[in-house]
Structures are given as C-alpha cells and as structure tokens.
Design a protein. Structure first.
Ligand code: DC
Length: 227
C-alpha cells in the first residue's frame, strides 16, 4: 500500500539550516518544499514598492489580500512569484530580510499567511518550513522538527550564504540577533518550539548529521502514525 503523504513541519530561527534541511527532506521523500519565509519576504517587497508603512497593520493586511504570492517548485529550489513577477533573488537582499521580520508581526498579515499556507499544505506531501508551522499553521502535523543553533554559528552560516552581499560577520550576527529578538518576542505567534516538536541543535553538527537525525525522526513518526 502506498504510504500516506503527511505534513513535515520544520521551524527554527534564521541560519539554523532549516531551508537546506527542508529541501533535502522534500527531495528524499518526494514531497513539495514550502519556505513560508519567502511569502513574508514577497509581501515585504510589495509594501516597500508601494511605499506602505511597515508598521501599519491594516494597510499591510489589505495589501496581502490583494497579492498573489506563489512558490513554484524547480529542481534548483523554489521560484518565488509576486503578482506573476519573479522576485526570487530580490527578496534575499538585506532590506527585505529586515522588512519581512517587521511585516510578520502584524496579526492581519499572519492570518492571511497562515490561511494560504494551510491551503497549500492541505493535501499533505509537504515539507513546510518557517517559524510557526508546528504551532499555528499545522498544529496536527505528523512530524515536527525544531532546528536551532548558537547565534555565532547561525551568523557565519548566513554570511557564507550571502557572501555576495559583502556584509561583515559581526554585523550579520548583530542583525540576526535583532531579528531573532523580534521573531521570538512578538505578541502574535512568536518563534517557540511546539510542545510535541523534536528539538535538534545543529551547532556542532554537519549538514549530513542533521539530515541523518531528521530522516530518523521522520521515519519513527511515520511508523508511529501507521503510514
Ligand atoms: O525564514 P526567513 O528568514 O526567510 O523569514 C523571513 C521573516 O519572515 C522572519 O524574520 C520572520 C518571518 N516569518 C514568520 O514570521 N513566520 C514564518 N512562518 C516564516 C517567516
């Protein structure tokens, strides 16, 4: 009998390695990978281009409602489309990184995002990665992993990812800490592990070791869920 296709929720702070892990897990299990951060980033870009205040919850909520944000799977990763335009590269720039964290604190924005993400994942067969997947988007997900790492390690990983941006590691770590603080302390859906998430600390692990642990966790949960 074919295995039931479930939801694998991966949450954690920036630079913990969750995007890389999510992509690898999706490939291994033949699932679709959805990076929810890219959706917040696309909305942040639209807000900047529209000249909207990043502090105006109602305007940002309305902007979300009139947006088409799509993640199009490709072999080399998802392509991000904002109202039909390819913004995959643009949304990785530093101004958008900061703006995405700011727009994500507003309840009307989160409500819209969570609903969209629930629609996308409804049929299962999804690895969904973000900050609130196991707590808010799919609280009943069969598999939940919370991936963390020390800030210094996360900062240097982000630096390597963004080598072309030419930031200094110290400033990258400082930016990351500021963003973490905002993501972890916001009133609405702060970044916290779900009670039933399995915690993986990748500080001293290689990518291969993280992947090995994650595959074990997925296999155990699937066996338990009888799939
Ligand atoms: O994962 P990322 O760095 O691309 O996310 C960008 C911002 O979006 C992050 O600072 C917090 C926000 N975010 C969120 O609030 N909830 C999610 N599920 C994903 C991202």
């Amino acid at each position: 009998m074919a295995r039931r296709r479930v939801v694998i929720a991966i949450d954690g702070p920036a630079g913990s390695g969750k995007s890389t892990l999510a992509a690898l897990l999706a490939r291994k299990f033949g699932y679709t990978n959805i990076e929810t951060g890219a959706m917040y980033r696309a909305l942040a870009l639209k807000a900047i281009e529209n000249g909207s205040s990043l502090d105006d919850a109602a305007t940002l909520g309305a902007l979300a409602h009139e947006s088409h944000i799509e993640l199009e799977p490709h072999a080399e990763g998802n392509r991000v489309l904002l109202d039909g335009r390819d913004v995959t590269r643009r949304i990785r720039q530093q101004d958008i990184t900061d703006a995405a964290s700011r727009v994500s604190i507003h309840p009307p924005v989160r409500e819209w995002m969570v609903r969209k993400q629930q629609e996308i994942g409804a049929a299962g067969g999804i690895v969904m990665e973000g900050r609130d997947i196991g707590t808010k988007v799919f609280p009943d997900a069969e598999v939940k992993i919370f991936l963390d790492a020390a800030p210094e390690v996360r900062g240097s990983r982000r630096f390597l990812q963004n080598a072309a941006v030419a930031s200094q590691p110290a400033s990258v770590v400082a930016e990351l800490r500021a963003r973490d603080e905002r993501d972890r302390t916001r009133a609405n859906s702060p970044l916290v592990p779900a009670q039933d998430a399995v915690l993986v600390d990748s500080t001293n692990l290689t990518l291969e070791q993280v992947m090995e642990q994650a595959v074990q966790i997925v296999e155990q949960k699937l066996a338990k869920a009888g799939t």
